[in-house]
Design a protein around this ligand. Structure first.
Ligand code: NAP
Length: 306
């Protein structure tokens, strides 16, 4: 039996992939969307979204569900699958997932990014025992306790604000004396009574017995080392693009992101990238959805010209 050849295979069902699905489906293309976990991507671990047009306030899981339902409305097939290889032969793309091969004329890579780790002693040992990368998932375990948030970007500040409604005190540790996060988030954090800041400091080690009890810090300006008692450590020090499985295509840059042309095509004809996985300045749900639309339209034009 010959395998079906799709017009478009979308790898990853975050906001970029799910929007690509809507646009490609409406263009009457045959579409398969593959996801290795659950549809929604990073939205799934976001408590509240208030900057996605048309939704003044919605939880990440709710928006994920709405987008997923919408993404299947125009005939897209959906399957769970972890793509571990993409190869090109005679203009067709062959995608391998869990010993299954899928064939397509075009591919949209929308695999997003996942949290980075600090790589300090105690981080792995206490992961799930006080060390967490998801306030929405684990915040409730720390009701009225003291927690530390590491990082100064949007994620760190947004999650610190979320935690401050649950826990006794949040201490944000940042390696500089200025936050990277958007001003509106900074202002909210500075106004919150139970959020404190430790500036110019990096974490050296997470300590405890059966679970986390403290974190060792170093002030990068003075060299002074201190120890801070904490029941929980939430780490938000940036994201890693999920491209390790596509390295053989030679489409990633030195840090793993995918550079694209304006139409979101990668170095390989017929392979597009959309959302957080590609080289871009602003990584937001709304920019991911815009990417999905552009990539799908570009895939359509590519197929028209075959
Ligand atoms: P990010 O913007 O890369 O910020 C990472 C933070 O961690 C920075 O403050 C960085 O310090 C710090 N950091 C990095 N490595 C560190 C280390 N080894 N030790 C200590 N601190 C370290 O990552 P993000 O906050 O996860 O955000 C990722 C993307 O998603 C961004 O584009 C962001 O705008 C977007 N996002 C948007 C929203 C929203 O709009 N509501 C919410 C979440 C995320 P420096 O500042 O010194 O580099």
């Amino acid at each position: 039996m010959t395998e079906k050849t799709y017009d478009v295979i979308i790898v990853g069902a975050g906001p970029a992939g799910m929007t690509a699905s809507i646009y490609a489906g409406r263009a009457n293309l045959s579409v398969l969307m593959l996801e290795r976990k659950y549809p929604g991507g990073q939205m799934l671990s976001t408590e509240e979204i208030e900057n996605y047009t048309g939704f003044e306030q919605i939880t990440g899981p709710e928006l994920s569900e709405k987008m997923f339902e919408h993404s299947k409305k125009f005939g897209t097939e959906f399957a769970f699958g972890n793509i571990t290889e993409i190869k090109e032969k005679d203009g067709l793309k062959y995608l391998t997932a869990d010993e299954k091969t899928y064939i397509s004329k075009t591919v949209i890579i929308a695999t997003g990014s996942e949290h980075k780790t600090l790589g300090i002693p105690g981080e792995e040992l206490f992961s799930g025992k006080g060390v967490s990368y998801c306030a929405v998932c684990d915040g409730a375990f720390f009701k009225n306790k003291n927690v530390v948030v590491i990082g100064g970007g949007d994620s760190a500040i947004e999650e610190a604000l979320y935690l401050s409604n649950l826990v006794g005190k949040v201490t944000i540790i940042h390696r500089r004396d200025k936050l990277r996060a958007q001003k509106i988030l900074q202002d909210r954090a500075f106004a919150r009574k139970n959020i404190e800041f430790v500036w110019d400091s990096i974490p050296l080690e997470i300590k405890g017995e059966r679970k986390v009890s403290s974190i060792e810090l170093k002030n990068v300006k003075t060299g002074e080392k201190t120890s801070l008692e904490a029941d929980g450590i939430f780490i938000y020090v940036g994201m890693l693009p999920q491209t390790a499985d596509f390295l053989q295509l030679g489409i990633t840059n030195e840090v793993g992101y995918i550079p694209t042309k304006e139409n979101l095509e990668t170095k390989v004809a017929g392979i597009f990238a959309a959302g957080d996985v590609r080289v871009k300045d602003i990584r937001q749900v709304v920019t991911a959805t815009a990417d999905g639309a552009i990539a799908a339209q570009s895939a359509y034009s590519y197929i028209e010209n075959l």
